[in-house]
Design a protein around this ligand. Structure first.
Ligand SMILES: Nc1ncnc2c1ncn2[C@@H]1O[C@H](COP(=O)(O)OP(=O)(O)O)[C@@H](O)[C@H]1O
Ligand SMILES: [Mg+2]
Length: 199
């Protein structure tokens, strides 16, 4: 694309640009080459994460789970809907919204997906409703271990009273919450899981 648009965000892994298409603003998330990686490995990581991100976004769209709409996908870039709202991490949330965030994660899990980085930095509150973004580390697989890690990441990102509200929504909406909640407890007991550096 000739017109790169304006840079919205530059993360460790990808850049997000705002571009004009179909007469509106949409987003392009591009995974650009990393010089410190061997080219073949770098290409395959960037391809894999782009592919999983578009796949998961499309699946969530089809399942009616609140996520940006996918418009198109290339080898290293995806084109998708720009949401109007604020990140959960920059918002102060009441009980009702926290519950809705828990319901959102349950819907993701009900669609057979683990998110992989489910934190307040990857939830956008738009017009009173939470939407999930950022699927480069997601998996399309019913794994209670991975789903338990989704709960753990959120637990470590918010206060215990906030997490309690979040879990009310999760337990109410998840089709099979018990094995995932058991897994969360087991992972915590193991004390083995080291949280990734977020950023
Ligand atoms: N659909 C969207 N609508 C509005 N802003 C978005 C959207 N997707 C991403 N962003 C913004 O871009 C940032 C980075 O996007 P994200 O997919 O989380 O990539 P990263 O891998 O860099 O964390 C987000 O924190 C958010 O501010
Ligand atoms: Mg992110």
């Amino acid at each position: 694309m000739k017109n790169k648009g304006s840079l919205l965000s530059e993360g460790a892994e990808a850049k997000v640009f705002i571009v004009k298409a179909f007469g509106m603003e949409i987003l392009v998330k591009s995974r650009l080459p990393k010089d410190y990686r061997i080219k073949e490995i770098d290409d395959s990581i960037r391809k894999r994460r782009t592919k999983i991100e578009s796949r998961v976004m499309y699946r969530l769209n089809r399942a009616g789970v609140r996520a940006p709409r996918l418009f198109a996908a290339g080898v290293f870039s995806i084109y998708y809907e720009k949401l109007d709202g604020k990140l959960m991490k920059d918002s102060s949330l009441g009980s009702k919204m926290l519950k809705k965030c828990g319901m959102l994660l349950a819907e993701i899990h009900n669609a057979g997906i683990s998110h992989g980085d489910f934190t307040p930095a990857n939830i956008i509150i738009s017009h009173g409703t939470p939407y999930v973004i950022d699927f480069g580390l997601s998996e399309v697989r019913n794994s209670s271990e991975e789903m338990g890690i989704d709960l753990l990441l959120m637990k470590r990102s918010v206060s215990s009273s906030m997490f309690k509200k979040f879990m009310e929504g999760y337990a109410e909406t998840a089709r099979n919450p018990k094995p995932v909640i058991d897994k969360l407890e087991e992972i915590e007991k193991r004390g083995r899981y080291q949280i990734r550096t977020l950023g």
